[in-house]
Design a protein around this ligand. Structure first.
Ligand SMILES: [Zn+2]
Length: 477
C-alpha cells in the first residue's frame, strides 16, 4: 500500500481473535509488533458497524448505551414538553436504536430489552410529569394510529425490525455467498419467524416480508385488543376507541412551532396526553358547578360551566375560516341576515359560491366523548357523538332551504370527527393543495383543528378549579 501512498492508521485498527486460534497469545504479540497501537478486542466489546456481534457483547453494549443516555437526558427537562416529545419520538430511544434492532438478534435478550424499556418509561415519566401505570404506558407505546403516543417500546419493535431486515438482506446474502453453498438463511431468521407466529397465532406472515410495518401491525393490534378487552369502564373503552381514530392523533404529529400556531405549552401538552392515555390529571376536587371532579378530570370536559367550550368553538371556526381564505375562498364568521330555526346564526359563510353555484355555510360543534349522555354510544362506536351532533345541526339549518350548501363540522373532545366534518375536510384539503401547491396543506389544517380541541380541553379542565385556587395543589403543574 505504501507504494501507492496509503498507510494503515493502527490506532484505528481493531483485532479480534477467536478462541479456536491455536496460539492466541503469540498471534497477538506478532500483531502488536507488526501494527503497534492496534486495539485488541475481547468478546464483550466486539462490535461490527456499531452493532454487538457475539452473545457476550450485548450486555456491555446496553450498559454503555444506558450510561450515555443518562448522562445527556437531563437536558431534555430544560426545554418545552411539546418539543421534548418531538425529539424523543423522532430522534431518541427507538429511532436511535432501530439500526441496532435491525442489525442484531436483540429480541433474544428479554432482560436487556426490558432494561432499555424501563429507562424509557422512567425518563418520560420524569420529563412529562405524567403518572404512567402499566395500562397507560402500554397505550402510550403504541403507534399514534393505534391510539398511543408513538413512543415505542424496544421490546415491541425488536422482532419486527429484525424480521424485516433479514428478509430484506436475504437476496444480498445469496449474491455475496458462493452459489455452490446452496441456499443460505440469515442466522436466527427461522427462530424469529416462529416466535412471531406463536405471538400472532391466527395471522399469516406479511405479504411483503421486507416491511417492518407489516410485521409490526398484527402485534400492535393484539396489544390494542388486549387493552380494549380489559377496559375498566365504558368511559375507558370509549376513550380507547376514540383515540385510535385518525383525527385524534393529529395534534401529536404537528410540528411544535409558535410561528404557525402549532406549539403547545407544557400544561396543555401534559393534560392532553394524560386525557388521551387515561392517566390521572389532577387531585380530586369540587368543581365550580358543585360536582366532584375525580382524578381523571373528565367532568371538566362536559361541565355545564365548561370554561373551554367557548374558546374551543371560536378557535375551530377561526381555523376553518383561515383555511377557506388560504384556499382562495373568502369567508366571514357569524354572517348577518341568516338565521336557523332557533334564531341563531351559523358560524360562518363563504362570500363566493362553494359548489353548485351556492355559498357554503358551516356550523361547528364539539361534544364530549366521555360525557355520561354519550358514553354508552361512544363506547360501542368511535365518533358516534360527533355524528349525532352533526345530524342535530342539519335539522336546525333545514329552514335555510337549498340556497346554501350546509356543512356541520362535528368533533369530539377525544378527537374523532363526524362524517360531515370529514367531507368538508376532504373538499377543503383538495382546494388548499391546489392553491398552495403543498401536498400537506390539508393535513396542516386538520392538525390545527386537533390542536384547538386539545387547548379547549385544557381550558375546560383548568376551569373546574375554584377561582382563587392554587393550580399546583390540584394539577401536576
Ligand atoms: Zn362542573
Amino acid at each position: 500500500m505504501t507504494k501507492i501512498g496509503l498507510s494503515l492508521n493502527f490506532s484505528k485498527c481493531e483485532l479480534f481473535i477467536t478462541d479456536s486460534c491455536p496460539d492466541k497469545e503469540n498471534t497477538i504479540d506478532l500483531f502488536r509488533q507488526l501494527a503497534p497501537g492496534i486495539k485488541i478486542i475481547n468478546k464483550e466489546s466486539l462490535h461490527l458497524l456499531g452493532c454487538p456481534v457475539l452473545d457476550q457483547s450485548f450486555e456491555n453494549f446496553v450498559d454503555t448505551k444506558i450510561q450515555h443516555f443518562k448522562a445527556t437526558s437531563h437536558r431534555l427537562a430544560k426545554i418545552n414538553l411539546h418539543s421534548t416529545y418531538s425529539i424523543i419520538k423522532h430522534c431518541l430511544f427507538v429511532p436511535k436504536f432501530i439500526y441496532i434492532l435491525r442489525g442484531t438478534h436483540f429480541w433474544k435478550y428479554p432482560t436487556l430489552v426490558s432494561k432499555l424499556d424501563t429507562l424509557v418509561v422512567e425518563t418520560i415519566t420524569s420529563i412529562f410529569n405524567i403518572p404512567f401505570d402499566d395500562r397507560s404506558w402500554t397505550q402510550a407505546s403504541l403507534p399514534i394510529r393505534f391510539g398511543g403516543l408513538g413512543i415505542r417500546k424496544i421490546s415491541c419493535v425488536a422482532l419486527p425490525a429484525f424480521l424485516s431486515s433479514v428478509h430484506g438482506a436475504q437476496s444480498l446474502i445469496e449474491k455475496i455467498l458462493d452459489p455452490s453453498i446452496g441456499s443460505m438463511e440469515a442466522a436466527h431468521c427461522s427462530e424469529a419467524m416462529n416466535v412471531w407466529s406463536i405471538t400472532c397465532p391466527d395471522t399469516d406472515p406479511p405479504a411483503n416480508p421486507c416491511s417492518q410495518r407489516q410485521w409490526d401491525e398484527p402485534l400492535c393490534q393484539l396489544v390494542r385488543k388486549n387493552l380494549l378487552d380489559t377496559s375498566t369502564s365504558l368511559a375507558d373503552r370509549a376513550r380507547l376507541l376514540a383515540t385510535a381514530e385518525w383525527e385524534s392523533g393529529l395534534w401529536l404529529q404537528a410540528l411544535p412551532s409558535p410561528n404557525i400556531g402549532t406549539f403547545l405549552d407544557n400544561t396543555t401538552f401534559r393534560l392532553a396526553a394524560s386525557l388521551r392515555l387515561g392517566a390521572s390529571t389532577n387531585q380530586p376536587h369540587r368543581c365550580q358547578c358543585g360536582a366532584m371532579v375525580d382524578i381523571l378530570g373528565h367532568h371538566g370536559l362536559s361541565c355545564v360551566r365548561s370554561a373551554g367550550r367557548m374558546s374551543r368553538h371560536a378557535s375551530i371556526n377561526d381555523v376553518i375560516r383561515r383555511a377557506l381564505v388560504s384556499a382562495k375562498v373568502p369567508a366571514v364568521l357569524e354572517p348577518s341576515g341568516l338565521a336557523r330555526d332557533d334564531g341563531k346564526r351559523p358560524d360562518g359563510m363563504t362570500m363566493v359560491p362553494w359548489s353548485m353555484g351556492r355559498p357554503l355555510i358551516w356550523d361547528a360543534t364539539c361534544v364530549d366523548t366521555l360525557a355520561p349522555s354519550h358514553v354508552l354510544s361512544t363506547s360501542a362506536t368511535a365518533g358516534v357523538a360527533a355524528s349525532s351532533a352533526e345530524s342535530l345541526k342539519r335539522r336546525k339549518y333545514a329552514v335555510l332551504g337549498s340556497s346554501y350548501i350546509f356543512a356541520a363540522f362535528g368533533v369530539e373532545t377525544m378527537g374523532p370527527w363526524g362524517p360531515s366534518a370529514r367531507r368538508l375536510y376532504k373538499d377543503l384539503a383538495t382546494r388548499l393543495i391546489e392553491a398552495s401547491g403543498d401536498q400537506r396543506a390539508g393535513h396542516y389544517f386538520a392538525q390545527r383543528v386537533s390542536i384547538a380541541i386539545q387547548r379547549g380541553n385544557t381550558a375546560s379542565l383548568l376551569g373546574t378549579l375554584p377561582i382563587d385556587g392554587d393550580l399546583g395543589q390540584i394539577f401536576y403543574l
